[in-house]
Design a protein around this ligand. Structure first.
Ligand SMILES: [Zn+2]
Ligand SMILES: [Zn+2]
Length: 230
């Protein structure tokens, strides 16, 4: 399959043929339909966010399941899914009490070093940013790192659920715990900021003030529900 590979840091992405393995017992193969470009991807390319290369970046990705491993029963071929950065092991003490986002054993979602790499070029393994690697025609993910999405959500919109939407909306509900009737100021109306804005509206904030230096971002902030812009 073709993938956009980061071969050096700082560096650009090279479109290359990359081998993708068959699913192991707990893995799911997905045909990628859409992947967002997050600033974290750019930070990896520029070296601000260290990640070993070669690697396939892209962690806001959605697609359709094309094959499942022998132990995967919750997903089937044809399912529409989105990759999830907060994959979980399911057996550590945080997971068993329901706090899967605090999972203490995320490395179990990776293949062990003795297994063949999910992605490779010749004999060389290629990494997957966020264990997703969405800038590719196909993705091979652990079953605990994907979520099904309803048919009515287009996959190019669903992809954003993988990072920007949950980061913004999650910060409203889980971080700031915005209460109905609140006034909320959102500093920066970029990809995360507009999702904080719509999250604040969802939480019942009566006034949402978007702050940004760029007029076009403030216009977009209004589309997402900002009541005031500065
Ligand atoms: Zn991101
Ligand atoms: Zn866990």
């Amino acid at each position: 399959m073709r993938a956009a590979v980061l071969n050096s840091v700082p560096g650009d992405l090279d479109i290359e043929d990359v081998a993708i393995d068959k699913p192991m017992a707990n893995e799911v193969l997905i045909q990628t339909h859409a992947c967002g470009l997050c600033h974290s991807d750019l930070s990896v390319m520029e070296g601000g966010l260290p990640f070993p290369v070669p690697a396939v970046l892209g962690h806001e990705a959605a697609g359709v399941v094309t094959a499942v491993g022998a132990d995967v029963h919750e997903f089937a071929v044809g399912d529409r899914v989105v990759g999830c950065l907060s994959g979980f092991c399911g057996t550590c003490r945080e997971c068993v009490v329901g706090n899967t986002w605090l999972c203490e054993d995320r490395p179990t979602l990776q293949r062990s070093p003795s297994d063949h790499s999910r992605l490779s070029r010749g004999d060389d393994p290629i990494g997957q940013l966020g264990q997703i690697g969405g800038f590719a025609e196909e993705m091979l993910l652990h079953r605990n790192g994907i979520v099904t999405v309803p048919d009515e959500i287009p996959l190019d919109r669903a992809a954003l659920l993988g990072c920007a939407v949950l980061t913004g909306v999650g910060s409203v509900f889980n971080g700031a715990k915005v209460q109905p009737g609140s006034t909320v100021a959102v500093i920066g109306a970029g990809g995360i900021g507009v999702n904080i804005i719509q999250g604040a509206i969802l939480a019942g904030a009566s006034r949402v003030i978007a702050v940004d230096l760029r007029a076009e971002k403030l216009e977009l902030a209004k589309v997402f529900g900002a009541t005031d812009v500065v």
